[in-house]
Design a protein around this ligand. Structure first.
Ligand code: BGN
Length: 301
């Protein structure tokens, strides 16, 4: 992975990947013209073009059409590090893909990741021409380390690709609990609908992913887990000055919410998302679509 300088801009990344996809390529040897800040990125020997809102490999048919959903609040540096590294990663896997950064702009104090995912899913499914079948839910501070951790949707069951996360400063891997589905989760359009998406009730850090895991059980879905050796990530949050999850933002109600998770599957989730949130701005870059979302419209008047 590449750790970009602190002052990198979205425009730098945009320019870098636009240059890479110039149609002036040689099919035999695709040699990207690296710019100074990303000399260590590696690519498959296949050029990419941006077409109708998606990145596609030229003369190769991808297996699926994927949307990468990345919730965000603040932490723009992480988003840039993510874009720089993950475009290269997706291209090494020959995906046809589009990245959606889903930024919460209201309220400012408490994050609601479930609502951000539901809002983005709802937006993308209405955008029928993209024809997305595979949804990759991705934390902004995780960079996959192994190219064989395939970002493919499996039709039978959702896939969780994050077993271990390496801490950038300490260098050691942290293993997560076996029930965990947070970090990176890959599921189909149908899975997401059957689950009625995420609960909308989790404010602050923690629990919304465990709630979704309980929905899996309820809907009799299993979780596919790639081998431990490949399901590894680098956590990039420590490269930022701020703490990753300030204590004040932890959700103290998460235990109580989890207790009654199963009775809410039908009534709380994707189905009622339009009554709760509004997309206030859509900015289309080629390297990502930036959705800005008010996740609490009833209290923001
Ligand atoms: C867990 C959190 C998850 C989080 C993981 C990994 C809770 C609920 C307590 C029963 N779950 O502890 O949301 O993804 O840590 O950081 O807090």
């Amino acid at each position: 992975y590449v750790i970009p300088s602190q002052n990198i801009t979205f425009d730098d990344i945009e320019k870098f990947y636009t240059d890479l996809s110039s149609l002036n390529y040689s099919k035999e040897a695709f040699v990207p013209r690296h710019t100074s800040f990303a000399t260590n990125l590696t690519f498959a020997n296949v050029p990419y073009i941006y077409k109708n809102g998606m990145w596609e490999p030229i003369e190769v048919q991808s297996y699926q059409r994927s949307a990468i959903l990345v919730p965000l609040q603040g932490r723009h540096y992480n988003a840039k590090a993510f874009l720089l590294n993950l475009h290269a990663y997706f291209r090494r896997q020959l995906l046809t893909y589009a990245i959606f950064i889903i930024e919460q702009t209201y309220p400012m104090n408490k994050f609601n990741k479930g609502r951000l995912y539901n809002t983005a899913f709802n937006y993308i499914r209405q955008n029928k021409s993209l024809n997305i079948t595979c949804y990759i839910l991705h934390d902004v501070d995780l960079i996959p380390e192994h190219d064989s951790n395939y970002y493919s949707c499996e039709t039978m069951n959702p896939k969780h690709t994050t077993s271990r996360v390496r801490q950038l400063i300490r260098g050691n891997y942290v293993k997560y609990y076996e029930f965990l589905i947070g970090g990176v989760l890959i599921l189909t359009y149908n899975h997401y609908e059957e689950l009625n998406g995420f609960s909308n009730l989790y404010w602050g850090w923690g629990g919304e992913d465990d709630d979704l895991a309980l929905r899996f059980v309820q809907q009799k879905m299993c979780v596919i887990r790639p081998p431990f050796a490949v399901a590894i990530y680098t956590g990039t949050f420590e490269s930022e000055k701020t703490l990753p999850h300030p204590k004040g933002q932890r959700n103290n109600q998460r235990f109580g919410l989890l207790l009654w998770s199963t009775i809410r599957l039908k009534t709380d989730g994707l189905h009622n998302i339009e009554t709760l949130t509004r997309i206030v701005e859509v900015k289309r870059w080629t390297t990502f679509t930036h959705l800005k979302v008010n996740v609490d419209i009833t209290n923001s008047k």
